[in-house]
Design a protein around this ligand. Sequence first.
Ligand code: NCD
Length: 315
Amino acid sequence: MIGRDLLGIEDLERGEIELILETAERMKEVGRREVKKVPTLRGRTIVNLFFEPSTRTRTSFEIAGKRLSADVVNFSTSGSSLKKAESILDTAKTLDAMDPDAVVVRHQVAGVPKQIADALDAPVINAGDGAHEHPTQALLDLLTVWEEKERVDGLTVTIVGDILHSRVARSNIYGFLKMGAEVRLAAPPPMIPPGVEALGVKSYTSLREAIDGADVVMVLRIQKERLEGAFFPSIREYAATFGLDRAKLRYAKDDAIVMHPGPVNRGVELAHDLADHRPSVILDQVRNGVALRMAVLYLLAGRAPKDGEPAEEER
Ligand code: NCD
């Protein structure tokens, strides 16, 4: 995959997803060492270009790059002055002139990472664009499920919440379907994208039906700032009908796990005690995020071994 962009899970084949997950498994070992560093990307430069706030994603890309010995540069900005496509392309060209080996982009507008990728030689990794895709989040979610359940094929995964605005949901729908899971969506009707069933998922407006027999329940953040009034009558009502707590979770399988990409609105989409304890695996998702991003950086920004040379990771 060297030199390729990672813009969305929609573009990946099952074999590529498996390669990324297997590579991430191997990268986890580095995180357990006393000296958490390998020389794999020494002398390479990774630029983190974040036009939208981020805690987990930006820091985990930074830690991932550093564990591989790359030089990581963070370039953050509060969108406003760079919203026009023209300025984005100028930014991309400026970056290109600095010869980065990978550029990680988050932007509030769908499609911007693709625009930047078209203008750059270096591989571009989408770290979340508008409501479009967030591929590394879906990959770390797949890794977490894979580790917990030792398979993804044949599992039932229910995604609960604001599917309409969620790039996490979109990437996970593609990812879990490609890996052979059954995907169900649960939300108030206005939060279910029209026509989504065409992707091969089932949608429900009853949480109970949607999680009946599920192996994985993935809860999404309610974006309070944008949604109240327009999509459901009140936060309290949403919490009562779609907020996940232990009582509602009883309908899922006995060994079901609960996931959330973070940040969590405690007491709204997820009960406090579920946010902190098993069966929720939220901190495992964060931990896997570092290994997964190491794998992606290694696979995309590594250097292909020349004939007869050992692979980079063996050096
Ligand atoms: C998500 C995002 O930004 O898309 N968070 C993340 O990357 N872990 C989800 C959200 O903000 O609700």
